[in-house]
Design a protein around this ligand. Structure first.
Ligand code: AMP
Length: 460
């Protein structure tokens, strides 16, 4: 998963992108970068591994003049976390520069790449996004939005893009609209961001979502919208509401906070825990769902788990032993709250089950008498090919065990997951128009071969 940001017509464009990336940090912590375009000096890039605060300092940003900027925070798939794969990409071709930042995953990238390589193209990264840069450069059109439309024709899968080409800033969203992208105004400047929380930080006002299949071009003549790609059915990612986006954001035109509370309320109705003394969340991603559960059930909400905020989502461990240790580094239980109690623990999702098992055992060690686990999504039974870093089926606990077996495996007394319908009926704009492939197996495109996903996936 990744966060993307773009701004046109601001005298401190790179500084605004820098701020915007801080609020999109939750969408990717492995690398970050900014490309700024100065009309005299041209385009410059600054990229770094790690968090925005670690890698991109104020002096770096001050060395990026210009009134157009794009930015990116990246969370990749395994094995591709290198500086070569940091975005935005910046390339130069016969007609100038192309800066590109991408959120999503292209499902036919390996085929497109092979075609380009057969024609002599050379790649500098293993990212699917680089295919787009080549395809833009090959277009014979001289209008930036037509170049981008040419490049995107025949591209399958998920993309939200911000592209700096010449003196034009472009934003695009794939025809199924998997990932969120909004447009806002900051004075006379035009801003694009994955989530509205980035607009809030800048003091920008939300204008609207970038529509499915839309390309927006911003230049000195103003803002132009076009829909050059064949329309397809809406497939917004329901996991954006469940886990990925920030609760203070509006995504897909709905509030993430309201979505998560509704998921929690539905969970309380469908899987009540009448013997429990209180509810608590696995912070922070489950906070709003636990609030919803508490509101609906009438049970008090307690703070029974404390999260160490300095570990973040970056503490990624390749081994199971490492993942087990990670749970303890990241969370601790409050003995005074839990001792002798029957509790409802609300989590937003179970993927491998490692976190859950570690947390249930931690909560019991702190004295909890009964642990009723409630999950504000359906069982994750398949990988995501559209930008969320979910492991392969073999590692997904719900793909390999029944609910009873999972209950035993994680050590809970009872376990309730939302049903697919319960989840889809709870989110804003539901139940139609969502991608729920990782829960239902209903993939909107042919899945790529796993080896190709690992080799070429940008995983953002
Ligand atoms: P586990 O079941 O141990 O693999 O991890 C489940 C936890 O990871 C849940 O509490 C989620 O909040 C969180 N989570 C879900 N999806 C992802 C993801 N794609 N990347 C990182 N964390 C995730």
């Amino acid at each position: 998963m990744c966060g993307i940001f773009g701004i046109y017509g601001h005298e401190n464009a790179a500084a605004m992108a820098h701020l915007g990336l801080y609020s999109l940090q939750h969408r990717g912590q492995e690398s970050s970068g900014i490309v700024a375009v100065d009309r005299e000096l041209g385009a410059r890039a600054m990229k770094s591994m790690g968090l925005v605060s670690e890698g991109l300092g104020i002096p770096d940003v001050q060395s990026l003049p210009g009134d157009i900027a794009i930015g990116h925070t990246r969370y990749s798939t395994a094995g591709s976390s290198t500086i070569e794969n940091a975005q935005p990409m910046l390339a130069r071709f016969r007609d100038g520069h192309i800066g590109l930042a991408h959120n999503g995953n292209l499902t036919n990238a390996s085929e497109l790449r092979r075609n380009l390589e057969d024609g002599g193209s050379i790649f500098t990264s293993t990212m699917d996004s680089e295919v787009l840069v080549h395809r833009i450069a090959r277009s014979s059109s001289d209008k930036p939005e037509e170049r981008l439309a040419d490049a995107l024709t025949g591209v399958e899968g998920a993309y939200c893009l911000v592209v700096a080409m010449g003196d034009t800033l472009l934003a695009a969203r794939d025809p199924r609209g998997w990932r969120p992208l909004v447009m806002g105004k900051l004075g006379t400047a035009t801003v694009f961001a994955s989530e509205t929380c980035a607009l809030d930080l800048l003091g920008a006002t939300l204008e609207r979502e970038v529509e499915r299949g839309e390309i927006i071009a911003v230049d000195r003549n103003g803002v132009r919208s076009s829909f050059p790609l064949a329309p397809l059915e809406s497939r917004k990612c329901v996991f954006e509401y469940v886990y990925f986006s920030r609760p203070d954001s509006q995504v897909f035109g709905g509030s993430v906070d309201r979505a998560r509370r509704a998921l929690g309320r539905r969970l309380a109705r469908d899987f009540p825990a009448p013997t429990a003394d209180f509810v608590f969340s696995v912070p922070d991603s489950s906070n709003s769902a636990a609030l919803g559960f508490a509101e609906e059930s009438g049970l008090p909400l307690e703070l029974a788990l404390i999260r160490n905020h300095y570990v973040g989502r970056t503490f990624i461990q390749p081994t199971q032993a490492g993942r087990d240790a990670k749970v303890k580094v990241k969370y601790n239980a409050v003995r005074e709250v839990l001792s002798g109690k029957s509790v409802v623990m609300v989590d937003d999702s179970i993927v491998r089950g490692t976190t859950t098992r570690g947390l249930v055992s931690m909560v019991r060690a702190a004295g909890a008498r009964e642990v009723h686990l409630r999950v504000s999504s359906s069982p994750v039974t398949g990988p995501c090919y559209y930008g969320i870093d979910t492991p392969n089926r073999e590692e997904l606990i719900a793909a390999n065990m029944t609910i009873e077996e999972i209950t035993q495996q994680v050590g809970a007394d009872t376990l309730g997951y939302l049903t697919l319908d319960g989840m889809l009926e709870s989110v804003p704009g539901g139940p139609e128009g969502f991608c729920h492939a990782c829960f239902s197996g209903d993939y909107p495109t042919p899945p790529p071969a796993d080896s190709e996903k690992l080799r070429f996936g940008c995983g953002c």
